[in-house]
Design a protein around this ligand. Sequence first.
Ligand code: GLN
Length: 486
Amino acid sequence: MLPFDTVIAAREAIASRKISAVELTRSVLERIEKLDERVKAFNSVYPELALEQARAVDEGKRSGPLAGVPIAIKDNLCTTWGTTTCSSRMLKNFHSPYDATVVQKLEAAGAVFVGKTNMDEFAMGSSTENSAFHTTRNPWDLERVPGGSSGGSAAALAAGMCCASVGSDTGGSIRQPAALCGVAGMKPTYGRVSRYGLVAFASSLDQIGPFTWDAADMAVMMNVIAGHDPRDSTSVNEPVADHAATLDKPLEGLRVGIAREFKLADGMDPAVEKAVDEAIAIYRKLGAQVVDVTLPHTDYGIAAYYVIAPCEASSNLARYDGVHFGHRTAEPVKDIVELFSRSRAEGFGDEVKRRIMIGTYALSSGYYDAYYVRALKVKTLIKRDFDEAFKSCDLIACPTTPTPAFKVGEKAADPLAMYLCDVFTVTCNIAGVAGLSIPCGFTSDANPLPIGLQLLGPAFSEPRLLQAAAAYQRETDWHKRRPVLA
Ligand code: GLN
């Protein structure tokens, strides 16, 4: 284990000189050196940059709420240091000329950047098996996937190779890997965190968010990264409430909604159902009022998501043509069209190609109304479901995923089975509301696997979600468990 492995413990230990930022960074780098051969959470590690940033903290040249805290960044956030690959051959050698706003904010808060984490190519997937480079392993059981697409960020934290990390969530890519790796992950309200410098997958759904061990750390991270950014026209100009201010407030009177649509008829692991039911019982005990709500269009979530997201992706990924951006074929070509098509054929992996084809098809003349416009209508219905449900509850509690981590290779050949991992997470993005996942139990396997509890709240309810998560974590110790990686 790291000597101090949470954000708050690390920054307090550094501030009180129990450890120097350089010493903590060294122990992170040593763990990466020792463990990442097996976990494979990182695409690239930058020891010199990290040590230099840490040294500046120790010399009093850098300060802030994350002073000296080692943080890992998903490889689809632009950084002027190192590469930004999106785990794609297409961007294997891409050096960004600018930093994402979130990266700038973390830097200004004193963070130490240890490296860029592995992901499904262009964030399309639920297991990191779609990475062009390697599959990340789940630190709780190396035979299993860490989830995806931000699997590298979740696994890096779970394995003690950073104290927090950031990822992106388009349909579950923060919450699902958080659940599978036994850490906390938040998808903020659409527009709460700037997307400037996040390589776009589906722009109307993408949102950047943190991975931490607990709610208190999550509040620190959200306070750093949230807020309006004139460089992202979809970022919202709403004041940011202090995410930490209400963490200790009791839950009396909080209305926790249970939606029957989040109970699957089949495909639901009984251990997940049991752990979530027990979590709800804890909310009752804490004085929350548990109420039934309904989200009647949940069933259409996957279908709508897998039209909207590929449509936007097909448009966003058009820029990777080997001329404007990305890999260019070395083969002789007869004209520009062949240059584009060969470069794209070589640069993109199968899942990305599949999405581009689905999106192009759904947007083409004659099909646009039948697929894309119809999916947008479903989006409106799903959004209305949440608006209606949040009239009678403050947040909704449900599982993050129907099953714990599956085996590497188990679903790799079956895209539809992979898509179904997202049943409980996609509607949150479609509606643009806030959601988080926290650990709420373990399976009884020989290698016990973590289970995630998802809390969904209305737009800008992040402080309340964190208040509810913190109250739960005062009663339980799931968030204190660590995988053993000898
Ligand atoms: N698993 C979903 C997909 O493959 C979600 C990905 C994400 O949130 N980036 O699209």
